[in-house]
Design a protein around this ligand. Structure first.
Ligand SMILES: *Cc1c(COP(=O)(O)O)cnc(C)c1O
Length: 477
């Protein structure tokens, strides 16, 4: 299995060759040269598998034996998806399921993806990435210094995945005093020697700009082995494909049944994995893209126009992990939509990269979107608060603000005769203030996380100054 770029001007590479990088050299994103196909017989054989066996079965079709031998992949997968790691289950759920489902009513489910160490679905992929990084770096005799910027979820998921890993340091920039107390405590209480938290005086975009500036300094980047774990990383998308299979099998009895998934979306990483699961043969009916007030994706699926907004026009909302101005994984879907026409993708993104927009209708492709199962809708603060209240009143379940956006759109667009699975992307305790606003009381806090705000914190406060951050990196590697 080789990986090709959506812009068609980079050499095809193996899974482990693209593992540590981000964008392809031509600016595109990597995808498998063709999607592995799971037949009806394959699906039947997979139906009763546990999460580890399912993950191994799917990933071994994406990774060549000569690249990562299957006995090694088996060890990596078994180490990653353990009940002890995904232990923040609700009452009645079995942590062994890794991503257990929760039935709300007939044909309406929640798939719990947030039972991992940082209580957000990003753990599902990031934990695998941590173990893959350690394995591939050791094999190559290399090290890497991961530099990232976070407004909360991504940074903590990366740190919990990479903590204590050999050959990896993490330098995570976050906006000083702009994250929730819980998020700060989660990240800054880590005492591992390979984790460096840098609180930048400024907002998230200042932190992000520093990461971009360092990454664009190619000499510095090479000399200091700077790496990234952002959402365009192919291994992250690949890891996310697995839980669509798990969710599908959990709510069906046979492979003739179809299932729809509702996905709270920002960078289009999560729902892109659903698209890929569908391309691999999983019987998915609809992929429901749910956005918040930052509705770039909803606009596209309704009108065919993709118009990124720019960070100055991005709203800060109560589902903050979906506050994006452009959807960095979206190019993967458009590549497939154009029939994998890399020159068309280059043409469309030349408009986007120049700060503009494109209209897929002009390319005659708007009608084709429906054949990929995509539909969309958006949600806002008022909807979110109402849905959180309704979910508690009707189902006795407290959901977080992002999952509420998913449920809101799912209820609008579902066909009651088809199972609808809403992906739970975070646990409510991560966004406690919003839950208190909606319900008048705090959500349940898992026992091991009681009092994490009082633990000693290890972090550095720094100015938003590229040279100072570079010097800090050099001094600590
Ligand atoms: C990252 C995140 C999302 C958005 O996922 P994408 O893959 O960027 O579409 C939604 N909800 C939560 C809680 C997240 O952390």
């Amino acid at each position: 299995m080789k990986y090709i770029s959506t812009r068609g001007q980079s050499p095809a590479l193996s899974f482990s060759e693209i593992l540590l990088g981000g964008l392809a050299p031509d600016g595109g994103l990597y995808l498998p040269e063709s999607y592995p196909q799971f037949s009806d017989a394959d699906l039947s054989a997979m139906r009763d598998m546990n999460y580890r066996d399912l993950a191994f079965t799917i990933l071994s079709r994406l990774i060549d034996e000569q690249d990562i031998p299957s006995k090694d992949l088996r060890v990596i997968v078994d180490k990653t998806y353990r009940a002890e790691v995904y232990c923040y289950t609700r009452k009645g759920q079995n942590a062994e399921d890794i991503t257990p489902t929760l039935k709300l009513e007939n044909n309406l489910y929640v798939l719990s993806l947030s039972n991992g160490p940082t209580l957000a679905f990003k753990d599902m992929a990031m934990q695998l990435l941590g173990n893959l990084f350690e394995y591939v770096l050791a094999k190559k005799g290399e090290t890497t210094n991961i530099l990232g910027a976070t407004s909360g979820d991504t940074g903590s998921a990366a740190e919990y995945a990479m903590r204590g890993k050999k050959g990896v340091n993490v330098f995570m920039l976050s906006p000083h005093e702009k994250m929730s107390r819980f998020q700060v405590a989660q990240m800054f209480s880590l005492q591992d020697k390979n984790i460096f938290n840098i609180a930048v005086k400024g907002v998230f975009d200042d932190a992000q700009d520093i990461v971009k500036a360092v990454s664009n300094d190619h000499a510095f980047k090479a000399a200091n082995k700077i790496g990234a774990v952002n959402s365009i990383n192919w291994a992250r998308v690949a890891a996310q494909v697995v839980y669509y299979f798990k969710g599908y099998f959990a709510v069906t009895q046979n492979n003739r049944q179809k299932v729809s998934f509702a996905v709270p979306s920002g960078n289009f990483g999560n729902v892109c994995a659903g698209h890929i699961a569908r391309m691999m043969g999983l019987p998915i009916d609809k992929l429901v893209v749910a956005t918040n007030e930052n509705d770039v994706l909803d606009e596209f699926f309704r009108t065919g126009v993709y118009r990124p907004r720019g960070s100055a026009n991005t709203y800060h909302t109560s589902s903050p992990s979906m506050d994006i101005s452009k959807a960095s994984n979206f190019e993967r879907f458009i590549f497939d939509l154009t029939g994998r026409d890399a020159s068309k993708v280059r043409e469309l993104w030349s408009l986007v990269d120049a700060g503009g927009a494109f209209d897929i209708k002009q390319a005659g492709l708007f009608e084709k979107i429906a054949s990929y199962g995509f539909v969309s809708g958006s949600s806002n603060h008022l909807h979110r608060m109402n849905v959180i209240r309704e979910a508690e009143a009707k189902y006795g379940v407290v959901i977080d603000t992002h999952t509420a956006d998913g449920l809101k759109v799912a209820l609008e667009l579902r066909d009651v005769n088809t199972p609808m699975v809403v992906l739970e992307t975070a646990l409510p305790i991560k966004f406690e203030d919003s839950i208190v606003e909606a319900l008048g009381h705090s959500p349940e806090r898992p026992a091991p996380l009681q009092g994490i705000e009082d633990l000693p914190q290890r972090f550095e406060v720094m100015d938003a100054d590229v040279d100072a951050i570079k010097a800090y990196l050099v001094a600590n590697t």
